[in-house]
Design a protein around this ligand. Sequence first.
Ligand code: NAP
Ligand code: ZN
Length: 347
Amino acid sequence: MIQSKGYAAQSPETDLAPWTFNRRAVGPRDVQFDILYCGVCHSDLHQIKNDWFPGIFPMVPGHEIVGRVVKIGDQVTKFKVGDLAGTGCMVDSCQVCENCKQDLEQYCLDGNTQTYNGMDRDGSMPTYGGYSDTIIVREEFVLHVSDKLDLAAVAPLLCAGITTYSPLRHWKVGKGHKLAVLGLGGLGHMGVKFGAAFGAEVTVLSTSPSKKEAAKELGAHNFVVTSGAEQLEAVKGSFDFILDTVSAPHDFNLYLSLLRTNGTMICVGVPPEPAQVAAFSLLGGRKSLAGSGIGGIAETQEMLDFCAENNIVSDIELIDIKDVTSAYKRMEKGDVRYRFVIDMATL
Ligand code: NAP
Ligand code: ZN
């Protein structure tokens, strides 16, 4: 066993606080890396609050993890001590089902192993995430990270990056498409950057008028405040795709009305409650409502390499780990520009 320290929620009712715990020893195919930075995803907050399902407590959140390799198992071939490394939302999968064989480990038919709030595949111990000093991950689920980019700003690529990159690639969003990004937070701002990089005309749909200037700087061509009925009316029936990153309950029917004929609304945000969708919202205009979860390991590496080549990182606010609860409070209010990242040196 390896002793690790981090920040954990002891229950859904308590704030994160320092906690010491055990991780598994480094196995023959494992990579251990010391964590330098970890992004703060809204999923962390959903999970410590039991928004989706009962969690495993104590819970150490964090799945946007970057650091430096300190130990490798004797069968590891992809990494050596001293390399930069990253891990996202999953740390294992069955590796043999049809989805795993097609590089879609996130859709492993046996269930992927989440980086935290899950159990190791042999059922022996819970997984603990990146709000901590060190992590042990099987080699296949460790990513190579470029040393050319600001490492703290790379961390959010491991979840917010791949979660927006993957659907835009899957639906081949690019030149000639009008893409709306709904919600300008951690995921949304990466959706804007990728959408613009792929050549789409990008519109941000936001509840926060104060984000207008920043949206343009991120690469958006247009900005629409969703509370303004007139502004929304003006973009009715106009988008080929809507990438919905909103974390709270919202009116799907309203946003489906903004799609043009044959348009697709892609849900990546996961509000705590199910949405009501009227069949009429879809059949008039043959519209599609779709979803997408993170991305596979090969695609995550492809995304990281694309970012290194194109100088794309997340816009971040670096925080001290003791300020994580106040960061959550700001994130809940939509006050995030555009990702909090914990400097693990403050642990
Ligand atoms: P975030 O940084 O908090 O951003 C969410 C944004 O949604 C806010 O900044 C805000 O943008 C908008 N918003 C919040 N409340 C709203 C409301 N009541 N009505 C309308 N808009 C609202 O969160 P995030 O980390 O990007 O995560 C977003 C969601 O994606 C979360 O539910 C998270 O769990 C989920 N997620 C899914 C995956 C996946 O694999 N599919 C992966 C990671 C995260 P404006 O101020 O611009 O309105
Ligand atoms: Zn996430």
